[in-house]
Ligand binder design. Structure first.
Ligand code: NAP
Length: 260
């Protein structure tokens, strides 16, 4: 199967590094042109230059509707259309017991992770997709489907994104497909506090004995954004090296089988 995005225009939030940058790179390699957005202009410019001619950038906080509107407008001005939106930007300003979070950090988490995808989806719908169709990919988290120590509010916003994906798939059909990808632990800056120094031990919480790389997620996003996935909408696809398939209490299948 040859997965191609030739002639497509994609807008990706949180695209200066990590999973967002890997998605942008994967899209460009598959023939798409990409508009990269995130907050810091210098990092964005470096990221866009590393991709080359097929990439442009526009700084925008994903939780700021005015900035988002300008980014969508810049995409249409630069490339003439927007066929694919990847709602990838997210924040996690608090780690700890769910009941311990203050309202300020809870509101920021909900604004960027939960309302952000609504804002950007509405903007691309109005600007292009209602008339011309398209694909929206939401990056949620495997944590949305299980329990993670210290990440209750963040995982709650990611669970909301799973529901939003189903809901928008229905509301925007048949013009627009809406899907979600739920990564397990991927070696990026966002998850650095979790994996750095613990890679070997954490690898045993997967079935493939390794943590994720940004490209593992990007490959799934590229497939879902392509016409090869034209009969796929509304669903969330877990890409976690099998983390959610561990039997309760077992660290690894090998551990389990040696115990029975
Ligand atoms: N890494 C994992 O293990 C993991 C697991 C499950 C889900 N995810 C999800 O995967 C997505 C990407 O995360 P990542 O691991 O690739 O993180 P990352 O490497 O830290 O990259 C985050 C990106 O988002 C941008 N960003 C952060 N806050 C933003 C905001 N308010 N508005 C716009 N851009 C913002 C950052 O650039 P600026 O700072 O310049 O804005 C950067 O480009 C997120 O949705 C995350 O929740 C990650």
């Amino acid at each position: 199967m040859d997965i191609r995005l030739d002639g497509k225009i994609a807008l990706i939030t949180g695209a200066s590094k990590g999973i967002g940058l890997a998605v942008a790179r994967g899209f460009a390699e598959s023939g798409a042109s990409v508009m990269l957005t995130s907050r810091k202009p210098e990092a964005l410019q470096t990221a866009a230059e590393s991709i080359g001619d097929k990439a442009a950038w526009h700084a925008a906080n994903a939780g700021d509707s005015t900035a988002a509107e300008m980014a969508v407008r810049a995409t249409i001005e630069r490339f003439g259309r927007v066929d694919i939106l990847v709602n990838n930007a997210a924040t996690n300003p608090y780690t700890g017991p769910t009941l311990g979070i203050d309202e300020g950090r809870a509101a920021k988490t909900m604004l960027v992770n939960q309302m952000g995808p609504v804002i950007w989806s509405r903007l691309v719908w109005d600007a292009w997709m209602e008339a011309n169709g398209g694909v929206i990919v939401n990056i949620t988290s495997a944590g949305a489907l299980t329990v993670s120590p210290g990440l209750g509010t963040y995982d709650g916003t990611k669970a909301a994104l799973v529901a939003l994906t189903r809901q928008l798939a229905w509301e925007l059909s048949p013009k627009v497909r809406v899907v979600a990808v739920a990564p397990g632990t991927v070696k990026t800056d966002m998850a650095r506090a979790i994996w750095e120094g613990h890679e070997e031990e954490l690898s045993t919480t997967t079935l493939v004995d390794r943590l994720g790389e940004p490209e593992d997620i990007a490959d799934m996003v590229t497939f879902l954004s392509s016409d090869n996935a034209s009969w796929v909408t509304g669903q969330t696809f877990v890409v976690d090296g099998g983390m959610l398939c561990l039997p309760p209490g077992a660290e690894h299948m090998a551990t389990l089988s040696s115990a029975v």
